[in-house]
Ligand binder design. Structure first.
Ligand code: KIV
Ligand code: ZN
Length: 389
């Protein structure tokens, strides 16, 4: 089980993230992302779903053999063909993982799988045992765990652990749960499932109600020591838990999590986000936490004034700690003299108070007509001041 304060980052950008509409990557691009995830220092890369296509199998195989110092997982449904394909794909990895999943909610058992609860239980036993004979590390996921009957879920996880799973994952597949419920679910499983203290519990959340980060953090409070996340929260429908948000929440508020921490090199967060966005052509919204272009931007006069005096007024982490060069003083109609002065100084103009007052008048007139004031606008403001008699 390792260090109880360590939270493993299981990145599934290349598997669950790639299931996001239109986010398909070529194998060469997947390798590029995997190499960057290696630099970011994630613990596990879920590289794909090899049974989905020969191309997927090849991509996972390449990542497994070329990216070192990281565990590589491949997803498999609970059947031998999928598990064989997953093993074929990851066997060359330094630390291979076969990730077997089966849905456990009644709605899925009836409508997707046409299995009785007992048949599903038998399948978990047989398929985890089969995977474990091939691979030293097997993760078992109970798909739709948060909508599954609690007693049945306990039996499922007990069976998976007896069959040799070293990680059990509790997915909130449809983004249905709320933080207090999800934390309680982890606590209940820890109390009731025999052997659960010998394995790693994992959280896997989707963002359908905008709860993925909060739920993942709640799971850590409840005892999860692995979190399944994607870069930029890429993923099906509303996406998965964004890696960067969980990592920075743990780093910013360690006291709330008993010091639980990840091994992530946070200065690589921005580069990773930008690479994934560029390769998938899925843009990052400007107000996205940590990696959005406005995440460290300050436009309002009150904020700019505060920031220029003491950055802790409006900054809970430094932009440099996640890979940005510096805070971004944005000039718009809400900005004041402090912000204007700071930006002009950056451009090499030190105005006395009279000149600044005059420049500010020209700035306000222009800012009223434009969304943002650019560097060229600032030069115009300076130059037009020179012309005034
Ligand atoms: O959301 C989900 O349940 C999954 C599983 C395959 C782990 O992605
Ligand atoms: Zn998922």
């Amino acid at each position: 089980m390792g260090n109880p304060a360590a939270v493993k980052i299981f990145d599934t950008t290349l598997r669950d993230g790639e299931q996001s509409p239109g986010a398909t990557l070529t194998n060469a691009e997947k390798l590029q992302v995997a190499e960057q995830l290696g630099r970011l220092n994630v613990d596990i890369i879920e590289a794909g779903f090899p049974a989905a296509s020969p191309g997927d199998l090849l991509a996972v195989k390449d990542i497994a053999s070329l990216v070192r110092n990281v565990a590589v997982a491949a997803l498999a449904r609970a059947n031998k063909d999928d598990i064989d394909a997953a093993w074929e794909a990851v066997r060359g990895a330094e630390q291979p993982i076969i990730h077997v999943f089966l849905a456990t909610s009644d709605i899925h058992l009836e409508h997707t799988l046409s299995l009785s609860r007992e048949e599903a239980l038998a399948s978990v036993r047989a398929m985890v045992t089969y995977a474990r004979r091939l691979c030293p590390h097997v993760e078992f996921s109970a798909e739709d765990a948060t909508r599954s009957d609690r007693d049945y879920l306990c039996r499922i996880f007990e069976t998976a652990i007896q069959a040799g799973a070293s990680t059990v994952n509790v997915p909130d597949t449809v983004g249905y749960t709320l933080p207090h419920e999800y934390e309680a679910l982890f606590r209940m499983l820890r109390e009731r499932v025999p052997g659960i203290d010998t394995v790693t519990m994992s959280a896997h959340c989707h963002d359908d109600l905008g709860m993925a980060t909060a739920n993942t953090l709640a799971a850590i409070k409840g005892g999860a020591r692995q979190v399944e996340v994607t870069v930029n929260g890429l993923g099906e429908r509303a996406g998965n838990t964004p890696l960067e948000e969980v990592v920075m929440a743990l780093r910013t508020r360690p006291e709330l999590f008993g010091g639980a921490a990840t091994r992530i090199d946070t200065q690589q967060l921005l580069a990773t986000s930008q690479l994934v966005s560029q390769l998938t052509s899925v843009p990052v919204q400007p107000n996205k936490a940590i990696v959005g272009s406005n995440a460290f931007a300050h436009e309002a006069d009150l904020h700019q004034n505060g920031m220029l005096k003491n950055r802790m007024t409006y900054e809970i982490m430094t932009p440099q700690s996640v890979g940005w060069e510096d805070m971004n003083i944005v000039l718009g109609k809400h900005s004041g003299r402090h912000g204007l002065d700071a930006r002009l100084r950056k451009l090499g103009y030190k105005l006395d108070s009279e000149q600044l007052q005059a420049a500010y008048g020209r700035f306000v007139a222009l800012a009223d007509q434009k969304k943002l004031i650019t560097e060229n606008d600032l030069l115009y403001i300076i130059e037009s001041g020179k012309e005034t008699p």
